[in-house]
Design a protein around this ligand. Structure first.
Ligand SMILES: [Zn+2]
Length: 63
């Protein structure tokens, strides 16, 4: 049985094409995407996630 809470997901900003060393970690996909979205909104002024961007984000998630 898998213990809950041991898997950490992470995403790096540069993996979606930004020149940025920001990395965020979370335990769930949704949390990760939310945190990342907050970062690119504040720091990169990306207010809307396009389907293309969303695909990049999903692919960049490391498990
Ligand atoms: Zn960034």
């Amino acid at each position: 049985m898998e213990k809950e809470g041991e898997i950490m997901l992470s995403i790096k900003c540069k993996d979606v094409g930004m020149k940025c060393d920001f990395e965020v970690e979370a335990r769930t996909d949704n949390e990760l995407v939310n945190k990342f979205q907050e970062h690119i909104s504040k720091v990169h002024n990306v207010k809307t996630i396009t389907p293309d961007m969303f695909t990049k984000i999903r692919k960049a998630i490391k498990k």
